[in-house]
Design a protein around this ligand. Structure first.
Ligand code: ACO
Length: 429
């Protein structure tokens, strides 16, 4: 730690705030003792200026549009790595050796089946339930099925829970999908890759053989890799906050899934594709751009803007290339939605409103187009995000639990309600 200090002066008194320096990125003022010494809180709704933890996992430089997993740029990983290799990297901190990767892959692969009784659990949901609603319930229920990995104080149980969730989330999401379309559940197949197995569990039916398309398998793997972790975003912070009370890991991930579902977060991929469909044709784009600029319309361009990226989202660049590649290989590169998306991006990026507010396409702008081309309904977009992000949530949760000085998360508030007053009897109100 450096001995640099910032000084806060309040009511004639000065308070020193130590300055902490990260490996990369802006310095951080340490205000932990501020309340004790100066009797004041800091106010930062939405945590726009607040670091809530130390972390070694993911780094984002929003000004230059950079994303690093354990120091490695996302573009390099998207080109050269695979989802499971990146999972290993996020979980354990280093790229695996050949043997480490084989062992990790085998461990994940052997945990893909879910407890058979969980099948009954699904049948309690309405058929038309959104798969995210089902997933929140089923992942939360895992703590009722896997008692032997809920003790957060036991590093081995944490490890087993981590592998279980990375392995079972695709099965759980695919089952939610199968249930919603009235088809039988498809069991995982250990001979397939992580991404290929997920496609098979979603699209195979017992009546026919299903061959995984290598194009779709690669695209799925890349989508998963691009979504694997993203620093202290809303769902990750939710997982950390839930976990800070000592809640079991399955409950924490269920909380993360619930948070991810919101349209301002992971739900944006579904909302974005629905928006592109609503726009429909290139000639209607100006109307929607005008609507997005009109504060009274309540409308936002979904898939645009990001709390941290004030330059291009590097994942969006890779995703756009993938959309071109996948749709080209599938022979549908004249897909009207892709045309609308590209033209919308071009027009928005030339528009003063979007330029001045530094609004660029985010990862969700192009992912939905690929997923739809693969045959997924829009309701499955966010579940796929949840599968992919599970490793990030778990890595962050494990990091937090293992921290020596870990405390329960407990923000304070700026109270603006009624001051103390006396109870008025019902007869006098
Ligand atoms: N369309 C139009 N205007 C926008 C958009 C948008 N998509 N996003 C932000 N703005 C405007 C806001 O109106 C605001 O304008 P103002 O300063 O005149 O009031 C300004 O840009 C800043 O917006 P905030 O909401 O304050 O920015 P914040 O950092 O809180 O929000 C968010 C980021 C939630 C992602 C926002 O950009 C948004 O709602 N985007 C659309 C939803 C989306 O794509 N979410 C996915 C995020 S990425 C992910 O989770 C994978």
């Amino acid at each position: 730690m450096s001995d640099r200090k910032a000084t806060l002066t309040l009511d004639g008194k000065s308070y020193d705030l130590p300055v902490l320096s990260p490996t990369v990125g802006p310095d951080v003022l340490d205000i932990r003792k501020l309340y004790g010494e100066a009797d004041v809180f800091t106010y930062d709704p939405g945590f726009t200026s607040t670091a809530a933890c130390e972390s070694t996992i993911t780094y984002i430089d929003g000004d230059v549009g950079e994303l690093l997993y354990r120091g490695y740029p996302i573009e390099q990983l998207a080109e050269k790595s695979s989802y499971l290799e990146s999972c290993y990297l996020l979980l354990y901190g280093e790229l695996p050796t050949h043997d480490q990767l084989s062992d990790f892959t085998a461990r994940v692969t052997r945990h893909t089946m879910v407890h058979e009784q969980m099948h009954q659990f699904y049948r309690g949901f309405r058929r038309d339930a959104h798969p995210m609603a089902t997933m929140v319930g089923v992942v939360g229920a895992m703590s009722a099925f896997y008692h032997d990995s809920t003790d957060v104080n036991d590093p081995w149980q944490r490890e087993v829970a981590a592998i279980r969730m990375i392995a079972k989330l695709p099965t759980i999401a695919a089952m939610a999908y199968k249930y919603s379309v009235g088809q039988p559940f498809v069991y995982p197949k250990n001979s397939l890759s992580y991404a290929g197995n997920f496609l098979s569990m979603c699209f195979a039916v017992p009546a026919e053989d299903y061959v995984v398309s290598p194009i779709l398998e690669k695209a799925m793997d890349r989508i998963m890799l691009l979504h694997a972790d993203h620093e202290q975003n809303a769902s990750t912070s939710t997982v950390r906050l839930a976990g800070s009370s000592g809640a079991n890991p399955f409950a924490c991930i269920a909380a993360g899934i619930a948070c991810l579902w919101g349209p301002a977060h992971g739900g944006a991929n579904q909302a974005c594709l629905e928006m592109l469909k609503e726009i429909g044709t290139v000639d209607r784009i100006p109307e929607y751009v005008a609507k997005a600029k009109d504060k009274n319309s309540g409308f936002r361009l979904m898939g645009f803007g990001h709390r941290v990226y004030k330059n291009f989202d590097p994942r969006a660049k890779v995703m756009k290339e993938s959309a071109d590649e996948v749709l080209g290989l599938l022979g549908i590169d004249n897909n009207p939605l892709l045309q609308v998306a590209k033209e919308l991006e071009r027009i928005a990026l030339e528009d003063e409103y979007f330029i001045s507010k530094k609004l660029y396409p985010n990862v969700d702008f192009y992912s939905g187009i690929i997923l739809e081309a693969m045959g997924f309904p829009t309701s499955m977009f966010t579940p796929i995000f949840a599968i992919s992000r599970t490793v990030g949530w778990i890595s962050q949760w494990k990091e937090m639990i293992a921290e020596k000085n870990q405390k329960i998360g407990r923000p304070r508030q700026l109270y603006i309600g009624a001051p103390r007053r006396d109870y008025v009897d019902l007869r006098h109100r």
